[in-house]
Design a protein around this ligand. Structure first.
Ligand code: GCV
Length: 704
């Protein structure tokens, strides 16, 4: 009886397998968890070449492999087996070898630079420390995944900058500020005893890009992270991430000496406060010898800081820097805007920080957002870049798309970051060159969602951040192509369609949200949909009206000599490019200029018509993205194909919402008819104004 049922079951299983092979062209159902590390089996010539190579993976025989070497070997085995579509052959049957040799007599001297060369049937991965082999292994797999000939891969890579960091805005109880991908991936409640293995996949993903540090908690920091109870939790995390070349950092709350230290003050010049920070740093380093350091948001958006005691940002930063000494760094954020200063918000960081240039200790790095306001769809580069020659600056970018439609809008951010990195500061260096001695930080978009990032295409932004931090010279197109090939399909027809779509997506979003240099038009609190009519919030710069300054006569923020003169914070050559509204790159027109609705734009259209044209252009681009995606079904597994299509439909609807709500509002001010042929807004202005979204994700604590 038992035997009979077993036989029947096996036959049924075989039949099911045959049927599934017959009807399902896609190899396996996927939910996005594997990110770009899918290592989909190769086909055709690429498969034949890898079969002919079938390597043994060997670490240098004259030294003891480290945990990092082992992680590299494990990844190569996993990757190559998956690319071959079967387990690696037995040792005696292997035809080639991959030899990893990355050490310098046991000293940790390298920066992860690596070379890949082949001689005969051996690929050599070499470098001066185990991270070289880890990064080399991932680079080799990246090439193989795209179908490269194993024995012709030749790479010589060096990270462009030392710090390539994720900043998590994760709170200890599991919420994530501006997080749209579920709950935090860090479970502080169950650490240190329990370590979620998912974090090993997080570490692999980061290592595959060369990301080498992670700030594990929100900059609106809980003082809990500076208590004794958190030392073993942080130590366990550091121990688990270390093999993947990742150091951990924490955001430090400036007032922690009062909140958890029992002191009456957090004044940086008070010796008791200095001693407290030294004790905390010592406790962390005793448990985590390679602890990275502290990240601090001070005197900004209600956070405590040295100004509460009449001290400067430099005095605050140096307090922590001296506690850390030469063991790590203090990263001090320049994202400050005061609750009392009436200056143009775009000018405040420069005004506060430039006078402090040269006053920070050597182990302080100042972290500067890409633009002077706040992660908007488009901003000019931050004027601090190039203006603090005696201070190391790190570039802060936002991977999570707070002002770019969260996870439902497909927006590939590499072109935005390239705009900034490539910008010439006019002070002898591009932004990439200015930050090269420090690095790049990206506000992470990870969460408990199976996709990690809340959508499949948002994974591309995590990927692009890491690739650009490793090499800011890479083009957006190259990054999109290698990401899409690894994440979805290496078929040229697929890549030739999806890559241009990704490259156009950022401009599309600028067009339907904030065209022509408009900025911060998002509704209060959640920063999701449009709210250009919001004018009555407590602080002027919380209001979209503050940024657009529209009335019956015109629109835009005058930042020239006749207005706030934010322009003078840029080098003269840069300011000259933006000074004249007739010749400025019109993507920045309303950022720097207040112009009449009748102003003649470079297209020959009056400003009002040009504005309508750009909103419509954005919608058309999104419609085009949806059409393109619909043709790609043969290349994508069913689940992910449907997911992306669903979100594109949301984006199509919401691009129209942005356009219609904005136009209805502008019309209420200027009374102008729409240009001939333009579609009327679908609803009245009152309708759009009345929409509320109490359930939207992402701002558990932030008031604005
Ligand atoms: C962590 C923006 C966000 C805030 C964030 C802040 C910052 O203002 O809306 O949520 O706070 O940036 O970068 O500190």
């Amino acid at each position: 009886m038992m035997v009979g049922r077993g036989l029947v079951n096996r036959c049924a299983a075989l039949l099911a397998l045959l049927l599934s092979l017959a009807v399902a062209p896609q190899a396996r159902a996927e939910d996005g968890y594997a990110l770009w590390l899918r290592y989909t089996p190769l086909e055709g010539e690429a498969l034949a070449r890898l079969e002919a190579f079938s390597p043994a993976i060997i670490t240098g025989t004259d030294y003891l492999p480290t945990d990092t070497d082992e992680a590299a070997v494990e990844e190569l085995e996993r990757g190559i087996e998956s690319l071959l579509g079967h387990p690696l052959p037995r040792r005696s049957e292997r035809k080639g070898s991959i030899l990893l040799r990355c050490h310098d007599n046991g000293r940790d001297v390298g920066d992860g630079s690596f070379t890949i060369r082949s001689t005969g049937t051996t690929i050599h991965i070499g470098g001066r420390d185990p991270r070289s082999c880890l990064y080399g292994a991932f680079a080799l797999l990246r090439e193989l995944s795209q179908g490269a000939h194993p024995l012709s891969i030749k790479l010589d890579e060096k990270p462009a900058m030392p710090l390539r960091l994720l900043n998590h805005w994760d709170n200890p109880e599991g919420t994530v500020e501006r997080g749209y991908a579920g709950r935090s991936i860090f479970d502080w409640w169950t650490l240190p005893e329990h370590f979620d293995r998912r974090l090993i996949d997080y570490a692999r993903a980061n290592a595959s890009l060369g990301i080498n540090g992670t700030v594990v908690n929100n900059v609106g920091a809980s003082p809990l992270f500076l208590t004794d109870a958190y030392v073993p939790k942080l130590a366990r995390l550091a121990d688990e991430l270390r093999p993947y070349g990742i150091r951990i950092y924490i955001s430090a709350r400036f007032s922690a000496p009062v909140e958890v230290g029992g002191l009456p003050t957090a004044d940086p010049l008070d010796p008791r406060v200095q001693a407290w920070w030294k004790t905390r740093a010592d406790a962390l380093y005793a448990a985590i010898p390679d602890f990275g350091g502290f990240l601090v948001k001070a005197n900004s958006e209600g956070q405590p800081g040295p100004q509460d005691y009449g001290r400067t940002h430099a005095e605050g930063a140096n307090l922590l820097a001296r506690a850390i000494g030469d063991r790590g760094v203090v990263i001090w954020r320049a994202f400050v805007y005061s609750a009392t200063d009436e200056t143009d918000r775009a000018k405040q960081a420069y005004n506060e920080f430039v006078p402090l240039d040269g006053k920070f200790d050597d182990n302080v790095i100042v972290q500067v957002k890409n633009g002077p306001i706040d992660f908007q769809p488009r901003e000019p580069f931050h004027p601090l870049f190039g203006a603090m020659p005696h201070t190391r600056l790190i570039l802060e970018t936002q991977i999570t798309k707070e002002y770019l439609g969260f996870t439902t809008h497909l927006v590939f951010l590499a072109p935005m970051w390239k705009d900034v990195l490539d910008a010439d500061t006019g002070r002898g260096a591009s932004v990439a060159e200015v930050v090269q001695p420090a690095g790049m930080a990206g506000v992470a978009n990870t969460g408990s969602d199976r996709t990690w990032s809340g959508s499949h295409f948002d994974q591309a932004n995590w990927y692009a951040f890491g690739r650009l931090a490793w090499d800011p010279g890479l083009s957006s197109e190259a990054i999109a192509r290698e990401w899409a090939a690894q994440t979805f399909s290496r078929a040229p027809q697929f890549l030739d369609a999806v890559v241009p779509m990704m490259l156009r997506s950022r401009q599309a979003t600028v067009d339907y949200m904030t065209p022509l240099g408009l900025t911060h038009q998002m509704a209060t609190g959640h920063h999701y949909g449009p709210g250009p009519w919001v004018c009555d919030l407590g602080r002027p710069e919380w209001n979209p009206c503050y940024y657009h300054r529209a009335d019956a006569a015109g629109i835009g923020f005058d930042r020239t000599e006749t207005g706030s003169n934010a322009l003078e914070q840029y080098a003269p050559a840069v300011a000259a490019r933006w000074r004249d509204p007739r010749t400025i790159d019109e993507d920045y027109l309303l950022w720097f200029h207040h112009v009449p609705w009748t102003f003649h734009t470079q297209s020959g259209r009056p400003l009002w018509d040009e504005l309508v044209h750009r909103y419509d252009r954005g919608i058309e681009a999104v419609d085009g993205m949806a059409r393109t995606w619909a043709t790609l079904e043969p290349h994508v597994d069913a689940e992910r194909f449907a997911d992306v299509g669903d979100f594109l439909r949301v984006q199509q609807r919401e691009a129209r919402w942005w356009r219609d709500a904005s136009l209805a509002y502008w019309q209420s001010l200027n009374g102008l008819p729409l240009p001939q042929g333009a579609r009327m807004p679908e609803h009245s202005l009152d309708y759009y104004r009345a929409l509320t979204f109490p359930e939207e994700p992402g701002h558990p604590h932030a008031p604005n």
